[in-house]
Design a protein around this ligand. Structure first.
Ligand code: SF4
Length: 394
């Protein structure tokens, strides 16, 4: 286990951009201050594509209110959320297999967000779940996560659902001061957290902006929303700065990590980073309204034809962290035109594949999880990267 760093370590580590960037596991040494771009595509400018309330994360992040549930759109957690609201969670389980075991799956879905909802769903079906949701939707209805979408990305997966920003084509350069203002504006809009989406390549600027925003009254939990491809040493520097990690665990094998992300070291690097995230974020902790205040949600995006890889990834993380974290099983993979060179990925995930992954999660003993309903596989879950909330007046 990597020991947490001293304050001096933190200061030194966040200066790496000045001497050639080492912020992510690529460690490409781009001299960004001199105008060079790294493998991630970032140079010295801080680029953001969207800053707005976001309702499509897992319910403990986005809230249990009407917007998220209606979304159907909800990426992760749609099943759990839908169930909490109108029985869809129970229905989802029934539709898949109809058996008692799926009652357990429903319970698992809710367990992540709310033990009460989970028990309700499992014991009494949708009606009880609805009641719980009615209680839950009070203060958090329509709250949303204060998502800031940063441009560029160190991982560059071939199937990236956010290529408009990961490729650097969208977005605008802003100052650290403006980023601090954005954080405060999202808080004023009612966000229940600040959700830093793909932040790694801008860590020094984000730290400065957070410090500035805290001085101006920012008090929300900070969510670090990442592909999981992170240097453990850098994650350790986030102690006291980040409260929640919303992280992927994409590959169990170097083979697939190489084929789709040119990152053969992903499995061991991401696993080491996850261990440090556990230290930094502490226990999975919800408030009385089911909103996450600290802890980790690990996402597993099932790729078509790669059920075994997803099983292995799930088993790897569960062997390390058991039910100390929440598991988000995602079937929302969307085939995009850019995937012509990878025809095996040119389809959605089948119900059979996804059901098999859920079954496997149950067999492992996972009790904190979210699953998605089939309709979540749609490009409509990708928000418009139109500079909303980025520039003053937009
Ligand atoms: S964050 Fe970007 S510039 Fe820095 S090491 Fe990673 S790929 Fe290179």
């Amino acid at each position: 286990m990597t020991p947490l760093p001293t304050a001096t370590d933190c200061r030194n580590k966040t200066k790496v951009v000045e001497k050639g960037c080492q912020l992510c596991p690529r460690r490409c040494s781009a001299r960004r201050r001199a105008g060079e771009r790294g493998i991630c595509g970032a140079d010295d400018s801080l680029r953001v594509a969207r800053a707005a309330l976001h309702f499509w994360e897992e319910p403990p992040i986005s809230g249990w209110g009407a917007d998220a549930a209606d979304g159907g759109a909800c990426g992760s957690g749609a099943a759990a959320q839908g169930g909490a609201r109108d029985g869809a969670m129970a229905r989802g389980g029934g539709a898949r297999d109809g058996g008692a075991r799926d009652g357990g799956a429903v319970a698992q879905g809710g367990a992540c967000g709310s033990g009460a909802a989970a028990q309700g769903g499992a014991r009494d079906g949708g009606a009880v779940a609805r009641d719980v949701a009615a209680t839950r939707s009070g203060d958090n209805a329509r709250a949303g996560s204060g998502a800031v979408f940063f441009c560029n990305c160190p991982l560059h997966c071939v199937y990236c659902q956010n290529q408009a920003i990961s490729s650097g084509l969208a977005g605008a350069a802003i100052s650290v001061r403006r980023l601090a203002d954005i954080f405060c504006e999202l808080q004023a809009q009612g966000a229940q957290n600040i959700n830093l989406v793909t932040p790694t390549q801008y860590l020094p600027q984000i730290r400065r902006a957070l410090t500035r925003a805290r001085r101006a009254g920012l008090h929300l939990p900070i969510v670090y929303n990442t592909s999981g491809y992170e240097r453990p040493e850098l994650i350790a520097t986030l102690a006291g700065c980040v409260d929640i990690f919303l992280t992927d665990f994409r590959y169990a094998t170097a083979e697939l990590a190489t084929r789709y992300s040119q990152a053969p070291d992903y499995p061991q690097v991401a696993l080491a980073a996850l261990q440090v995230m556990r230290q930094v974020a502490g226990d999975y902790r919800l408030d009385s309204a089911g909103i996450l205040k600290s802890g980790i949600i690990v996402r597993f995006l099932l790729l078509p034809g790669h059920l075994e890889e997803a099983r292995q990834a799930l088993a790897t993380v569960f062997s390390l962290l058991k039910n100390e974290v929440c598991y988000s099983l995602m079937n929302q993979f969307t085939p995009l035109p850019e995937l012509e060179r990878h025809p095996e990925l040119n389809r959605s995930v089948s119900d059979d594949e996804y059901d098999a992954l859920i079954d496997f999660a149950l067999e492992l003993g996972i009790t904190n999880s979210f699953m998605q309903e089939g309709a979540t596989a749609s490009e409509s879950y990708i928000p418009p990267f139109d500079l909303t909330g980025v520039l003053v007046g937009l």
